[in-house]
Design a protein around this ligand. Structure first.
Ligand code: ZN
Length: 310
């Protein structure tokens, strides 16, 4: 039996709740004052978008033709735009832990009429993530010095790789699931081990038979293949414009670093390498630093008319 954290006891609950309410209120009030806006860019005047934590949103801006330059920013992250059939389309990633409330998406457009700033309100809706309490022997939790050094170096390697933004969009058309199996619903799950909250689970786990094919979710470049302490054998695919997909715990990797891959192409086999309790694929997606739910990409209506193959 383990002790319940203080915030779950009746007494500690109320002050914490008020603190959260106060933060949410401040977060929803302050952006309005922090971005006074110019003549074109008053906060939120150009539209409203809603999305859950971890969701990817398509942003259509009322710009005719192809502007000379277009770039978006949301919570200090880049929002890339590309040319759709009826104008520029933006890909906005809401991080799994972006604060619920209203935040600004600003879009700088330069075309024949000059430069202007568009401003959208984005309402971030709280997602309910599972919380798992575990009690484990201390030696199963704490890493020895050598492993700790290794893990830190691996985290640095991943961080550096994901910061690279390829200016070209490699992907096109709809996204596909890398493997069919049992989806665990682990995206965003927080594990509290011996009373200490760990970083949230930033992908989805799909249980599938050992050796099953794992395919790329869309076209891209296999940017990094690794064999890491926690994630085991993994492939990082760069889809361009800051979009990356990750495939972990593989048994085998069947692509080389730098190799172009097509949507549906086999890049590895389902395994249990690294820290895994059984064969499954950990599928993660980053969009300009935002940790997003990979399944939200499948829901995007980009299959047509963006794809030349449809
Ligand atoms: Zn996982």
């Amino acid at each position: 039996m383990f002790a319940r954290p203080y915030w779950r006891s009746g007494k500690g609950r109320r002050p914490d709740l008020w603190a959260i309410v106060a933060i949410v209120l401040l977060a929803s009030v302050f952006p309005v004052d922090l971005f006074p806006g110019g003549p074109h860019g008053q906060h939120g005047v150009d539209g409203q978008l809603n999305g859950k934590q971890g969701q990817v949103l398509l942003v259509h801006v009322p710009v005719k033709g192809q502007p000379a330059d277009i770039a978006g920013r949301f919570l200090s992250r880049r929002v890339p735009f590309f040319q759709g059939a009826s104008g520029p389309v933006g890909l906005l990633g809401i991080d799994m832990q972006d604060a619920p409330g209203t935040h600004e998406l600003s879009v700088e457009v330069t075309d024949a009429q000059g430069s202007r700033r568009l401003s959208y309100n984005v309402l971030v809706i709280k997602e309910k993530y599972p919380v798992q309490h575990l009690t484990l022997p201390k030696d199963k939790v704490d890493l020895d010095e050598e492993s700790l050094v290794r893990v830190k170096a691996e985290q640095e390697q991943v961080k550096t790789a994901l910061e690279e933004v390829s200016p070209e969009r490699f992907w096109e058309g709809g996204f596909v699931e890398p493997v069919h199996g049992t989806i665990s619903g682990a995206f965003g799950r927080v594990r509290i081990i011996n009373g200490q909250a760990r970083s949230p689970h930033n992908g989805e786990d799909i249980a599938a038979p050992l050796g099953a094919d794992v395919v790329a979710m869309n076209d891209g470049v296999a940017r990094l293949t690794v064999d890491h302490f926690f994630s085991g054998k993994g492939v990082f695919v760069d889809h361009g414009l800051g979009l990356y997909s990750m495939y972990f715990h593989l048994l085998d990797i069947t692509v080389q670093n730098g190799e172009r891959v097509k949507r549906g192409q086999v890049i590895g086999k389902v395994g249990a390498s690294g820290r895994a309790t059984g064969p499954h694929l950990h599928w993660g997606v980053r969009l300009n630093g935002a940790r997003v739910n990979p399944y939200s990409l499948l829901a995007l209506s980009v299959g047509h008319p963006l794809s030349a193959r449809q």
